[in-house]
Ligand binder design. Sequence first.
Ligand code: PGA
Length: 253
Amino acid sequence: MAQRPYIVGNWKMNGTRAMLSEARAVDRAAQRHMKVEVALAPPYTLIHAVHREVEQIWVGAQDCSPNPDGAHTGDISVPMIADAGAKFVILGHSERRQGYGETNELVREKADAALEGGLRVIICCGETLETREAGKAEAFVAEQLKASLPKLEDAGEKVTVAYEPIWAIGTGKTATVDDIAAMHSMIRTLLIETYGEEQGAEVRVLYGGSVKPENAGEILGTPEVGGALVGGASLSAETFMNIALAAGDTVEG
Ligand code: PGA
């Protein structure tokens, strides 16, 4: 693996200031395990507080508005999350696509806004169980990504893709290593087509969906898996950092 594994915790709609101690514990552990790049995406309300508490890890948001400002009640813009200390934003998570009808086009607009505002982006993709059982998972994810990925010259550094089969999120089910390998290899081909040989090879492709310390070693050792997007298991610093340790074990040296 050319780059350090990237382990991102997505706290979803969990956490009040009482959770800051977990963020501090993650940060302390991350300082001891520099083979792995660790990041946390707390809810908007905690971005600034987490940012102030940590030294090593990056803090990000779980969504953003495509608009920079204006009359958009309840929305949060890229300049706002950047000002709070966010360095990246997760976009197109299936819980947003399914719960709020977010389309590929909207995900792409948000990605353009985030990049314009100096943030990096994690673009999520993934199929339903129905689509997988119909044998259409790879075709579906390819279409989703083609329409969601932003266009830019230096994607290798700024864009990360997270493949999260919807049926594996929060369910305790994970895709088989063969299915993960096949999907990630297809995504790599698509990234090279989109961004060119050099940049396309550098974009990290994370796996997400019920990643736990027990299955992390196997999943993170799969070819083309550059890290993990972790939901439930990121709410405890100890569990989350055990995933990061498993990631570190997949790296030589
Ligand atoms: P999970 O969530 O680890 O709880 O399955 C992953 C995600 O939705 O990012």
